[in-house]
Structures are given as C-alpha cells and as structure tokens.
Design a protein around this ligand. Structure first.
Ligand code: 9YT
Length: 128
C-alpha cells in the first residue's frame, strides 16, 4: 500500500510550478497504478490553454471558482467545488480561475511526475 501526504511532495521534483498553476504529483508512473493523480492549484485570475493530445485527464474541483471553455466554442462552463470534467476526447480548452482553484487531476497514461506543458499546451508523448 502507498501512503502519501501533499506536504511530502512539496519539496520534491514532483511539485511542478508553472506560470499559471502548481501541480503536486501524488501518484506517478513509477507507482505502477496505471494512472497518475495530482493536486493542482490554478492561480486566481489566470487563463491557461491546455491540449493533452497524448493523455486523457479527469479533473475534480474541491475548492475555488472558475470556468472551462472548449476551444473555439465561446461557451464557458462554470467550475465550482463538486464539479468534474473529463477530457475523454483530448479536448483542447481554455481553463480560467476566478479564485484559486484546487483540482484533483487523474491522468491516463500516468505522468512521470516532472512534466511541464509544451508551447502547444500538451505533455510529451515519449513515455506513453
Ligand atoms: C487542470 C490541468 O490540467 N491543469 C494543468 C496541470 C495538470 N493538471 C497537472 O500537470 O497536474
């Protein structure tokens, strides 16, 4: 059994800080679960372009307010605690945080743990 706490991740390379978000990768590829699980904080007042071409991601909001806009739709969908979205079609989107968002994110295939978004909003496929 794996037992882990967010506070243990904060000082490791599994804590990744980008311009608009911080991600704490609680479970990663090497844990052998077949998925990775992260707590992600999206900074208040930011917009992030995301397009996971090589991964599926499910996102569950536990704190904060924001919105997700499927790319090109012009129709934002509110995010609040209790809301889940699943990018089951590698959906390109814009993610906006009105206040700090705390999100639980699950990736299939799992991330290694140190990935950052490329300029296209994706993580690389080399380990997939
Ligand atoms: C919701 C989302 O995808 N945010 C970007 C970071 C990502 N969740 C991650 O790497 O944990």
């Amino acid at each position: 059994m794996i037992i882990r706490h967010l506070s243990e991740i904060a000082q490791t390379e599994q804590a990744v800080h980008a311009e608009t978000w911080s991600s704490f990768r609680l479970l990663t590829k090497k844990d052998g679960m077949g998925f990775s699980m992260h707590e992600t904080w999206i900074h208040a007042g930011t917009e992030t372009h995301i397009w996971y071409k090589h991964h599926l991601e499910a996102v569950y909001c536990i704190e904060g307010e924001g919105e997700i806009e499927p790319y090109g739709s012009g129709q934002p969908i509110p995010i609040q605690p209790g809301m889940l979205y699943a990018l089951n079609d590698h959906d390109r989107h814009l993610l906006r945080a009105t206040s700090k968002l705390r999100l639980i994110c699950v990736f299939n295939p799992p991330l290694r743990g140190d990935e950052r978004h490329g300029s296209d909003g994706a993580y690389p496929a080399e380990d997939v």
